[in-house]
Design a protein around this ligand. Structure first.
Ligand code: 5GP
Length: 208
């Protein structure tokens, strides 16, 4: 069975990466979304085990000590981390595992797991990003300013990713994401065993 690919998706707040990922999971079977552990409080409507596993700081620190997280990062005043067991099980079963994480975590994954695929989702322009953040109508001008400032910081890290995905139309973006991952599966470096087998068979043919 071919191993799944670990896909890290990051992007500016307001880039629509959550929508893109959820649509990808609805549309195609071969993906599993990792649910992170966090110490932040649940927002209204969020459910334990669906958006996050909500834990205390002490519980989170215990997970760090037990090496139960592949990566973790501090974002604002809270910890966020990726549980190791879920990711390993699903990759082994041949599914692509999606991590929706911020840039510090993405860089840790890249260092630890060089074969992970890193994708950065961005709106077509900063003007559009501003428009989307304002258009939500749920955030105060201060919060919007804060998110835009953070976008400025995160933009510096965009070059560390393998692919940049422009989210103009959601459906197009979902299909592009799926195509990128499908192409990655065809990469020579991910097909060493298959290549060796073909080469072995070709050698036998030559002898006859
Ligand atoms: P929020 O509090 O808005 O749900 O998430 C804040 C940020 O933390 C987002 O950028 C989100 O992608 C990121 N995040 C969520 N889970 C993880 C995780 O397990 N590890 C890291 N490094 N970042 C995460």
């Amino acid at each position: 069975m071919s191993k799944g690919i670990l896909v890290v998706v990051s992007g500016f707040s307001g880039a629509g990466k959550g929508t893109v990922i959820h649509r990808l999971l609805e549309k195609y079977d071969e993906y599993a979304l990792s649910v992170s552990v966090t110490t932040r409080q649940p927002r209204p409507g969020e459910q334990e085990g669906r958006e996050y596993f909500f834990r205390t700081r002490e519980e989170f620190e215990k997970l760090i000590r037990e090496d139960a997280l592949i990566e973790y990062a501090q974002y604002v005043d809270n910890y966020y981390g990726t549980p190791r067991s879920y990711v390993e099980e699903h990759l082994h079963a041949g599914r692509n595992v999606i991590l929706e994480i911020e840039i510090q975590g993405a860089m840790k994954i890249k260092k630890k797991i060089p074969e992970a695929l890193l994708i950065f989702v961005t709106p077509p322009s900063v003007e559009e990003l501003e428009k989307r953040l304002t258009g939500r109508g749920t955030e105060t001008p201060e919060v919007i300013a804060g998110r835009l400032e953070r976008a400025g910081e995160e933009a510096k890290g965009m070059e560390q990713y393998d692919y940049i995905l422009v989210n103009d139309e959601v459906e197009d973006c979902v299909d592009s994401l799926h195509e990128i991952i499908a192409s990655e599966h065809k990469r020579v470096s991910r097909n060493r065993d298959f290549i060796s087998e073909i080469q072995r068979q070709a050698r036998i043919l030559k002898k006859d």
